[in-house]
Design a protein around this ligand. Structure first.
Ligand SMILES: NC(=O)c1ccc[n+]([C@@H]2O[C@H](COP(=O)([O-])OP(=O)(O)OC[C@H]3O[C@@H](n4cnc5c(N)ncnc54)[C@H](OP(=O)(O)O)[C@@H]3O)[C@@H](O)[C@H]2O)c1
Length: 385
């Protein structure tokens, strides 16, 4: 039996994610015009699905490559979502990703490939537009927050510094984490907050094919198979974790990376459509280490700022703890709390590290588009734009 009400009942079966809206926030009075860069891609399509019924963010401008520009969204897009393409986007025109086309937008979400994202996102920033990026280009930038919205929204405090460097009063640039990093930092944040420094973390991932975009991994490479390599992924998990779980300097102008937490990752691509599963082992600095029951309690009770700010897309529980031996599973559990939560199961003692568990997260919701949307909701609630 699961220790969590949601995990017990309404999220037992896989349900296609449409959109997920809680109680509107105070910031809901203004309508925010949204631009989506890379709107035709895997992450771009997820933005459209998640934003279609948003209470105060309305899709205004869609951007993609010059191959798609000038076409309608319906003509340009090979729609791969489990629900139908929303009617309102079908006839919207696709524009090139140039700031002149996005100047009416209050916020821009980027689902661009990293090989093109860099200059385009800077162009949007310089046009004084708040930008929330899924690409890796600026995650390691010393002036750019790398924010998982259920973990480190305190890093928004660096935005005034970033704005002052660029001479902006409204625009800023924030990135989400890599999708596999996102799934582990939520439970790790809960453990770090409760038990102090984490000494060693070992992660083995089993990552969905949608994480590679469309068309992604060729079917002949992945059916009846597992690919034990995802270029750059292990380094991203090992590096990003220390920025996200670290803090800010006292003047909010730089990042305090974790210095004593060692992170090792091994990444695998598996024949799952959506949902990254990750086996995690942790050694605490604290001696004696917390018990399995204490760890489960802390994971269940974890809350984040996005919830206290009453953001409409915030999960009711950022972490869902399962007790069943065979959960979480991607097909059954990736949609917990609309895909905005992390499902954790198999919490138990480890004979080499202190504890081990399995974490599952939806790679295109909390791992990508959902992170951007929830980050924007937090930024709005904090009065940043
Ligand atoms: N998939 C995931 O689970 C996931 C998770 C986290 C982060 N991310 C990151 O999110 C980003 C998008 O990933 P994805 O999986 O959605 O990729 P994707 O399916 O390949 O989509 C790429 C998008 O970028 C557009 N594009 C390509 N070249 C362009 C150019 N020169 N100018 C403007 N737009 C261009 C494409 O438009 P056209 O249709 O016109 O070619 C398409 O809309 C990547 O940076 C990825 O690393 C992905």
């Amino acid at each position: 039996m699961s220790g969590n009400v949601e995990a017990d009942s309404k999220f037992r079966r896989a349900t296609p994610i449409t959109s997920k809206i809680n109680t509107p926030t105070m910031a809901a009075q203004k309508e925010y015009k949204v631009g989506i860069l890379g709107a035709t891609g895997t992450v771009g399509q997820r933005f459209i699905v998640l934003l279609q019924n948003h209470p105060y963010m309305k899709i205004h401008t869609l951007g993609a490559s010059s191959r798609s520009a000038g076409k309608t969204y319906k003509e340009a897009t090979r729609w791969t979502q489990a629900i139908q393409m929303p009617a309102f986007v079908k006839e919207m025109q696709i524009y090139e990703c140039k700031s002149e086309h996005f100047k009416e937008c209050d916020v821009v979400f980027s689902g661009l490939d990293h090989d093109v994202a860099g200059p385009i996102e800077i162009d949007m920033l310089k046009a004084n537009i708040p930008v929330f990026s899924n690409a890796k280009n600026y995650r390691r930038d010393e002036t750019c927050p790398l924010i998982v919205p259920t973990v480190n929204t305190s890093h928004f405090d660096l935005i005034p510094h970033q704005r002052s460097l660029h001479g902006l009063d409204k625009g800023f640039l924030v990135t989400n984490a890599n999708c596999s990093t996102t799934g582990i930092v939520v439970p790790l944040k809960a453990l770090q907050d409760a038990f102090g420094e984490l000494a060693q973390i070992n992660i083995v991932t089993m990552q969905a094919i949608s994480g590679a975009g469309y068309p992604g991994v060729p079917s002949l490479d992945i059916i009846d198979n597992l690919v034990p390599f995802i270029g750059g992924e292990e380094d991203k998990i090992e590096w990003e974790t220390n920025k996200i779980l670290g803090g800010l300097s006292a003047d909010n102008k730089s990042f305090d990376y974790l210095k004593n937490t060692k992170v090792a990752a091994q990444c695998n691509r598996v024949a799952v459509i959506d949902g990254h599963t990750e086996c995690v082992q942790v050694t605490f600095a604290q001696r004696p280490a917390p018990s399995v029951e204490e760890v489960k309690r802390v994971l269940r009770e974890y809350t984040c700022e996005a919830q206290s700010l009453n953001c409409p897309s915030a999960p009711k529980h950022a972490i869902h703890v399962f007790e069943e031996n065979d959960r979480p599973q991607p097909r059954l559990d990736r949609d917990v709390d609309g895909g905005y939560a992390v499902a954790v199961g198999r919490v138990r003692e480890d004979k080499v590290f202190d504890i081990k568990f399995v974490a599952l997260s939806h790679n295109t919701v909390i791992g990508a588009a959902g992170s951007g949307i929830l980050n924007a909701e937090v930024a709005i609630a904090k009065g940043l734009f």
